[in-house]
Design a protein around this ligand. Structure first.
Ligand code: GDP
Ligand code: MG
Length: 417
């Protein structure tokens, strides 16, 4: 990098998937952002243009097109293995670009690993409009947990008719909504990656890179550190202490809780139970606060033991909701990984392990195809319904078990009810 690495800016990785999918990601809390879109719509040109433009401000080292696209052999096989490290900064954040494999193993890693994809830039050529891979990559982005997308409508230099641009915008907003993204609110930037790279026509080149960087910085949330998030502890055990009341214990997942604070007990039913934590015990010592990483016991005011169960969570009021219907991505374990020997189909009913909750669940295909089957080793998108509501948000990981084995491991990509 031309400039010193600044720890004060959130660090972002941009990964380039094979098959012309490029992903960008934050390193701080391992949430990711990527560049996706149809082949030849200008993803590599845009990436080069971004490094060039940011380099002109001392925020990157310029990498030309060939340096970014340097693995043609691997691309031919549809797999990008090498890591081309590209880094740049904006005024707000630090980004890094790494090559990520675009094959099924990469999707598996995204579903089973710790990384959450927080956003993507979808590149669509104004001259073509949306194409099959535009749609395919939006689905892929959703499957790996992306919540926020920014659109770059590229090659506006090659389009004469302004109505054409309006049409592309309209279609993209519709398509984003179809795939469960916020189509109406999504920022759309119109420009030319090639003009930006060749430093011509700044009104559609350099200025549009600034607009794009601004859209990415503002629309895609900065990953929060666990400590800065609203308090949440998943309940492992419930005790009744004579003369004092009900105590729940568990490991604090995120946030900070001070004694005598209002909380909600969420899970089991859709309505939260409101209460107050009147005492906190961590490592058998009473203390004034409980924070992410602590194993704590919380004394709850006016709560009967029988109203609370393992699997419910203690959370900052309004910070999480209990739901029982989710769109999920799953990786189905192979027999060698401890999974089933055979696959499963529509209406599969295993046990769902989510945080400390353990609930029966129903798995169905989004298209309702009762004849379809999933095989060990597959990545699959399904609808999960738990019998009782559980506290979970997009990005939540869970396991599917049956008869003592882990059948699949999954990621909640959308909350459906
Ligand atoms: P990718 O497959 O999505 O990575 O697309 P590339 O970045 O390789 O670009 C494909 C082709 O489109 C190349 O010949 C680029 O020079 C061209 N291209 C990229 N951006 C623009 C642009 O803004 N205007 C025009 N006219 N051509 C562009
Ligand atoms: Mg490319």
């Amino acid at each position: 990098l031309a400039t010193a690495f600044e720890r004060t800016k959130p660090h972002v990785n941009i990964g380039k998937m094979g098959s012309h999918v490029q992903f960008v990601g934050f390193n701080a809390d391992l949430s990711l952002l990527g560049t996706i879109g149809h082949v030849d719509h200008g993803k590599t040109t845009l990436t080069a243009a971004i490094t060039k433009h940011q380099a002109s401000k001392g925020l990157a080292s310029f990498l030309d097109y060939n340096a970014i696209d340097k693995a043609p052999e691997e691309r031919k096989r549809g797999i990008t293995i090498s890591s081309a490290h590209i880094e740049f900064q904006t005024n707000d954040r630090h980004y890094a670009h790494v090559d990520c494999p675009g094959h099924a193993d990469y999707i598996k890693n995204m579903i089973t690993g710790a990384a959450n994809m927080d956003g993507a830039i979808v590149v669509v050529a104004a001259s073509d409009g949306q194409m099959p891979q535009t749609r395919e990559h939006l689905l892929l982005a959703r499957q790996v947990g992306v919540q926020k997308i920014v659109v770059f409508v590229n090659k506006v230099d090659a389009v004469e008719d302004p109505e054409m641009l309006e049409l592309v915008e309209l279609e993209m907003r519709e398509l984003l909504s179809t795939y469960g993204f916020e189509g109406e609110e999504t920022p759309i930037v119109f420009g030319s990656a090639l003009c930006a790279l060749e430093q011509r026509r700044p009104e559609i080149g350099a200025e549009k890179i600034d607009e794009l960087m601004n859209a990415v910085d503002t629309w895609i949330p900065t990953p929060e550190r666990d400590m800065d998030k609203p308090f949440l502890m998943s309940i492992e055990e419930v005790f009744s202490i004579p003369g004092r009341g009900t105590v729940v214990s568990g490991r604090v997942e995120r946030g900070l809780l001070k004694k005598d604070t209002e909380v909600e007990i969420v899970g089991g039913s859709t309505a939260p139970i409101k209460t107050k934590v009147t005492d906190i015990e961590t490592f058998k010592k009473t203390c004034d606060e409980s924070r992410a990483g602590d194993n704590s016991g919380l004394l709850l005011r006016g709560i009967r033991r029988e109203d609370i169960r393992r699997g419910m969570v203690v959370a900052a009021p309004g910070s999480t909701k209990a739901t029982n219907k989710f769109l999920v991505s799953m990786y189905v374990l192979t027999e060698a990984e401890g999974g089933r020997r055979t696959g499963f189909g529509h209406n599969y009913r295993p046990q769902v392990y989510l945080r400390t909750a353990d609930e029966p669940g129903d798995l169905t295909f989004p298209d309702g195809d009762a004849s379809r089957r999933v095989q060990p080793g597959d990545n699959v998108e399904m609808i999960l319904e738990t019998h009782r509501p559980v506290a979970a948000e997009a990005g939540q990981r869970f396991n599917i078990r049956e008869g003592g084995r882990t059948v699949a491991t999954g990621l909640v990509t959308r909350v459906m009810t």
